[in-house]
Design a protein around this ligand. Structure first.
Ligand SMILES: Cc1cc2nc3c(=O)[nH]c(=O)nc-3n(C[C@H](O)[C@H](O)[C@H](O)COP(=O)(O)O)c2cc1C
Length: 189
């Protein structure tokens, strides 16, 4: 079973991206995937002052990334980029220098918004950061999901069959990438 950790880039209590992540979690079983959340909401603001002695919460965050075969980033777009909340987590992951948690770690990016371009610009920015981190990334399919009211229920049900089919295909493609990069389906844990 492939282990994927997911990070949600929204703090909102009514986040549609969290609903999308829940939907992916539900669909994961059919793609032979174990999907679990890597939380970022308890991380303080990153400062290089912490590099000499990372706080436990940041150590746990980096360990959670190390413990999975790949990381899925599920995020909204804020001001044509990624939310600062997510950028802060990426900064934590990237340090101390020389110990970037994403180097060599397969990643995939997906997100949803009500807008017609579905967080596409945020995803491009995120991919640019992950390229800098030397993370092998899923190129296709791209995860631009235009949200409509009721598309994802709070429990993670997908009410549209075509979207559900797309998401299963998306997960399968990510698993393929992970297997190519990591050499087998064996878990990193
Ligand atoms: C500060 C802020 C900036 C936003 N900027 C954008 C944007 O640039 N592009 C976009 O498509 N949506 C933008 N939105 C709308 C969010 O993408 C939309 O509210 C989405 O539902 C948020 O996802 P969430 O429900 O998972 O938090 C912005 C929302 C906020 C609060």
């Amino acid at each position: 079973m492939t282990k994927i950790g997911y990070i949600v880039g929204s703090l909102s209590s009514t986040s549609i991206n969290r609903r999308l992540a829940k939907a992916l979690e539900r669909l994961a079983a059919s793609a032979q995937v174990e999907l679990t959340e890597i939380r970022i909401d308890e991380l303080p603001f990153y400062s290089p002052d912490f590099d000499a002695d990372y706080p436990q919460v940041a150590r746990d965050f980096k360990q959670a990334i190390a413990d999975v075969d790949g990381v899925l980033l599920v995020t909204p777009e804020y001001s044509r980029s990624i939310p600062g909340y997510l950028k802060n987590a990426l900064d934590w992951a990237s340090r101390p220098w020389g110990q970037n948690s994403f180097t060599g770690k397969p990643t995939a990016v997906i997100g949803t918004s009500g807008g017609p371009i579905s967080a596409a610009i945020a995803q491009q920015h995120l991919k640019s950061i992950l390229t800098h981190f030397a993370s092998p990334q899923l190129g296709q399919p791209e995860g631009f999901i235009q949200s409509t009211p009721g598309l994802f229920t709070e429990e993670g049900e997908v009410t549209d069959e075509e979207t559900a089919g797309f998401l299963v295909g998306y997960l399968n493609a990510f698993v393929e990438l992970i297997k190519r990069v990591n050499g087998s389906a064996a878990s990193a844990a």
